[in-house]
Design a protein around this ligand. Sequence first.
Ligand code: RFL
Ligand code: PHB
Length: 393
Amino acid sequence: MRTTVGIIGAGPAGLLLARLLHNAGIDSVVLESRDRAYVERRQRAGILEQGTVDVLREAGAGERMDREGLRHDGIELRFARRRHRVDFPALTGGRSVMVYAQTEVCKDLIALQLKEGGPLLFETEALAVEGAETDRPRVRFRRGGAEEGAEDVLECDYVVGCDGFWGVARSAVPDGRTFERTYPFGWLGILADVAPSHDELVYARHDRGFALLSMRSPSVSRLYLQVPADTDADSWSDEQIWDELERRFETDDDWTLRRGPITQKSVTPMRSYVHEPMRHGRLFLAGDAAHIVPPTGAKGLNLAVGDVVTLARALAHRTATGSDDLLDAYSATCLRRVWQAERFSYDMTTLLHSAPGATPFEDRLQLARLDRIASSRAAETDLAEAYTGFPIG
Ligand code: RFL
Ligand code: PHB
């Protein structure tokens, strides 16, 4: 098999890259180890930055998002039984975010790819990237399904590792440096068949730990609780989950939490991670393959989108002019934005979670930081600008 760009992974990064390249007249092949149903159902991100929304629209993948997505003009911070709303458009010159689940973005991009894009091979696992320093890099892969076990090679002009944190591409970038931080807590996330208890997201800081109220649709709620990192989701009964959420969202007014049947629950670990550089020869890394953020800033999927937009532009530039300039700048261009998102996600995480062993002094500082955001337009604007998104490129 031969193609111009071999893409490993059909998460949001790989699928959007394939779409952007198709629109630029560049052919690609996408290899995905899991089956289609799995990729379309994996519960993850829920928030699209303004820039991500614009990119999906321009790529011709925004039709259902515009119909079914929920535009949000703010978030609520909840702490010390107080509620403070951050008004995005007022603070950022009109910017907002969109609640439209990653599962739906992936479904839309998969449907487009299968209808009019290049090959998208499910149940096809990349085993290794070879020859990244040559002008004919290759991906060795194995087919599953009917052709189970057959090994093959995809020859490419370029290979892009969009294979997430646990993928194989990163190991083919030698001499890299990694920067990492793990956190002693994770998020217990649930999906529940109940209308969201608030019309915007609520980020709650509580002495018992962080809680987040989000949503998937007007009738489906998505909620998270900070739990110790090694928690087994099944050790929490549904009733315990609702009771704990109720405590952490408590306010002095008559706000109430609506309960409903829980249809899914799982625990997500929290990690900050960056691999530098994001390129080796003709192999490029994009999205979670190169960097991870804790979910508190809602940045992971949006970073993946920024990477592949930058890369698609660079590949189109190379095709049009023969110049490698933008490809050479790819890693540094992306990393600048990546580090801003790392900083913001870290800040949001330490602002809102209770760290085991935190001293009373540190607890007071956390409350003072929240009070500062609630009382200073400058501090609030900084949060609103970061949350609605840093510019791409
Ligand atoms: P993905 O989505 O992990 O996709 C990688 C794909 O590669 C496949 N793969 C392979 N395929 C072939 N051969 C191999 N050897 C392969 N190895 C792996 C995998 O099966 C998979 O299909 O990475 P990508 O595309 O870079 O996208 C990144 C995002 O998924 C991630 O950053 C976000 O989900 C993070 N995230 C959030 N991001 C946001 O922007 N806003 C949010 O609100 C948000 N909330 C979240 C989140 C992540 C969460 N979890 C579960 C980690 C909330 C949660 C709970
Ligand atoms: C989600 O809806 O899954 C979600 C929203 C905001 C975050 C993280 C996750 O910060």
